[in-house]
Ligand binder design. Structure first.
Ligand SMILES: Cc1cc2nc3c(=O)[nH]c(=O)nc-3n(C[C@H](O)[C@H](O)[C@H](O)COP(=O)(O)OP(=O)(O)OC[C@H]3O[C@@H](n4cnc5c(N)ncnc54)[C@H](O)[C@@H]3O)c2cc1C
Length: 661
């Protein structure tokens, strides 16, 4: 087993080729892909950058090499559309899915032969957006020139041949005479040079540049020019790259064995952009926008302000862990303006580090209410599979003192439509001979329990929300205060007006309260949770929560491993997580686990993980937290927020709806 695949209990790493222009004049675009690789450093994933220099012939050769290798699960890239046209038949023949975040060439997938998905709009829309801008300015026509490059003359020819534009398009050799905006077609170096010479020649009107110029370097090359605008993919190219990476990783975490057309189907479930049968964004899902050249300076950063301002929202959901994402999905509906803001895919969260054990039985009746409802909403529905859920059955081991509540709980589960019954220790021994259960009185058995791959589940909720109109923003929210709409949320890039705010920031909920100066939420403390992966030697095991010892564990069905954790008394720790466990920490987990699973005393340790969650005595929080502000917090899950997330989200959404009416 390879080191990173082993760390999450997979049998081997998943190799993805990321193809783009990593050298040469288009390398500013390749940077977008390299930044995304850094954001998506996930255990089990190996991203392999492959340079095609943005050239179609090199792209064809690169594709042939990737296909011949035979070990790549998918390809993200290429950037250059002519390169895609050359490479796609090769990937199709090899059955390697191709994910296109940035290739805007018109008609690239129109032959309907599949094998690829793309997240960006087509060039024709860009051309229409340019003529629409001239029309908006009241200009009778749009003028076009180019930088002399092949790319520039190709695009200007397309513009001149455009049908259905808002104004006619004419070529110009002397833009100084033009009474209207001039489009300068070309690559970002050449177009900047041409733009500067037009200014030097006395042209004082609006300069428009195509999306090839939508890189930070272009703003440096052109310098300060308030009347220069660039047409770019709505939300910026970085948003398209982010969606493609999120969708692919979400799909492969949900099902690490998916490949070929089946992988593409699952990627669609995890894509925030709705995709059609041919693999294109659904009509209207992706478009073009014009932004001032200044807006390009942070264009490769995920956590930039939305370029054309922020609308007043009905609800801002803060936090992109499973609860924030599920809440955004529960709030998404036509006509409602909702945005979801988080720190980006590489930010630490309990969700990212979670063990993901899923069961409906909980000794606490109020929590049980939520977990039972969560089974009805997701875990026992067919769509839970693509969300990353695996059915292994769940066993909650009980001591004698737990029995009375367990009997009430099993009745509660059954009334709620969740299959469950009590089994005695003899039955446990008979079914799982590898368990040592001398100190166990009985167990609650739920055949529908199991575990979920939490990053995938959160991503699937996020994608569902975004597909249904929720805006995805990146940045840190520092505090909330009263505002004209209801609440002003102060973010790292500016203020956002919203009628209501949901705070789903996990262990950071108390930070937000302190910074805002408002007392939100009850007393709660951040506690460490730690677990290890051990070789399970082919044993068939259920998901287990052990109320006698406090241990917990689950198999990993995608690898021959067993994840097990042992409670630690470590409080007020940082909310961060990681995968480096000391020998003492591994020994501590192993010695506890071996009392229940004796074979673990000598099983190979494969890797570990730690994280933190917010704990409080009063049970989970999912309601209004400020007397004078329409702010709802969802948190304090005391190490169990994943299994209850669907119902928590539904409850928070209902509270918000009540506030909005
Ligand atoms: C090691 C471990 C194992 C676990 N095992 C299980 C289990 O088996 N079963 C189970 O049900 N639960 C389990 N849990 C608990 C469960 O994972 C958490 O309760 C749940 O993930 C909490 O989700 P959340 O969305 O509320 O918070 P989080 O997942 O912590 O997400 C909060 C998000 O808010 C973001 N954020 C923070 N501050 C800000 C800010 N100021 N502005 C913008 N964004 C911000 C963070 O980056 C993060 O993305 C486990 C937890 C850990 C750590």
């Amino acid at each position: 087993m390879s080191p990173s695949g082993g760390a999450i209990g997979l049998r081997s790493d998943i190799r993805i080729a990321v193809v783009g222009p990593f050298s040469g004049p288009r390398s500013a675009w390749g940077d977008l892909l390299l930044h995304a690789i850094r954001r998506y450093r996930l255990p089990g994933f190996v991203w392999e950058p492959v340079d095609d220099v943005g050239d179609a012939d090199v792209a064809r050769r690169v594709a042939a090499r990737i296909a011949a290798d035979g070990g790549y699960r998918a390809v993200i890239g290429h950037f250059n559309s002519l390169g895609v046209a050359a490479a796609l038949p090769i990937y199709r023949a090899a059955g390697i899915p191709l994910l296109l975040p940035l290739s805007t060439g018109t008609g690239l997938l129109s032959d309907g032969r599949g094998g690829a998905l793309r997240w960006c709009a087509e060039d024709r829309g860009q051309l229409l957006a340019l003529t629409a801008e001239a029309h908006r300015m009241g200009a009778p026509r749009l003028w076009v020139t180019d930088d002399g490059s092949a790319n520039g003359s190709h695009l200007s020819a397309e513009l001149l041949g455009l049908t259905g534009g808002a104004v006619p398009v004419s070529t110009t050799t002397d833009p100084a005479d033009c009474a209207g905006p001039v489009v300068v077609c070309g690559t970002h170096h050449g177009a900047a040079k041409t733009g500067l010479s037009l200014r030097a020649a006395g042209y004082a009107g609006r300069l428009l540049f195509p999306d090839d110029c939508g890189v930070p370097e272009f703003a440096e090359l052109l310098g300060d020019d308030p009347d220069a605008h660039v047409v770019r993919l709505t939300g910026g190219a970085v948003a398209c790259v982010e969606e493609a990476f999120a969708a692919l990783t979400g799909a492969l975490i949900a099902d690490p064995h998916r490949a070929g057309p089946g992988l593409l189907d699952l990627v669609c479930v995890h894509s925030g952009v709705p995709l059609t049968e041919t693999g294109e964004p659904a009509p209207g899902a992706r478009g073009w926008e014009l932004v001032g050249v200044d807006a390009l300076r942070g264009a490769h950063e995920l956590a930039g302000a939305p370029a054309n301002g922020t609308p007043e929202l009905d609800t801002l959901v803060v936090g992109t862990g499973i609860v924030g994402c599920a809440t955004a999905a529960a709030l998404a509906e036509p006509g409602r303006r909702v945005a979801l803001i988080g720190l980006g895919p590489d930010a630490s969260s309990a969700t990212r580090n979670s063990g993901g054990l899923i069961r409906a039985y909980e000794p606490d009746e109020a929590v049980r209410e939520l977990t039972i409802r969560s089974f009805r909403l997701l875990w026992q529905r067919p769509e839970s599979g693509p969300f990353g859920f695996r059915r292994t059955g769940s066993l909650v081991l009980l001591g004698p003192g737990d029995l009375a509540e367990a009997e009430r709980g099993v009745a509660h589960l059954r009334d709620g439509g969740v299959a469950a019954h009590l089994i005695d220790a003899a039955e446990i021994r008979r079914r799982w001979p590898d368990f040592a259960v001398d100190d166990v009185a009985a167990a609650v058995w739920e055949p529908g329990g199991g575990y979920t791959t939490t990053i995938a589940t959160a991503n699937a909720f996020r994608a569902d929300a975004v597909r249904r109109g929720v805006l995805a923003w990146y940045g840190r929210v520092h505090g909330v205060r009263p505002g004209p709409a209801g609440v002003v949320a102060e973010t790292g890039w500016g203020a956002v007006d919203a009628r209501t705010v949901v705070v789903a920031t996990g262990s950071s909920i108390p930070d937000l309260r302190d910074r805002a100066g408002a007392a939100i939420g009850p007393q709660a403390r951040v506690k460490r949770i730690r677990y290890g992966w051990f070789d399970r030697g082919g044993r068939v095991l259920p998901t287990v929560s052990d109320l006698v010892t406090g241990m917990w564990g689950r198999p990993n069905l995608d690898g021959d491993s067993f994840l097990t954790g042992r409670p630690v008394d470590e409080w007020d720790v940082p909310a961060s997580g990681g995968d480096a466990l000391t020998t003492e920490q591994v020994d501590y987990i192993r010695s506890g686990a071996a009392t229940r699973w004796p074979w673990l005393a000598s099983a190979d340790y494969l890797g570990g993980r730690f994280g933190a969650d917010l704990y409080g005595d009063g049970g989970p929080l999912h309601g209004a937290v400020c007397a004078d502000l329409p702010v709802v917090a969802a948190g304090v899950f005391s190490g169990g927020g994943v299994k209850a997330a669907p119902a928590t989200a539904a409850r928070v959404a209902a509270t918000i709806r009540g506030m909005l009416t």
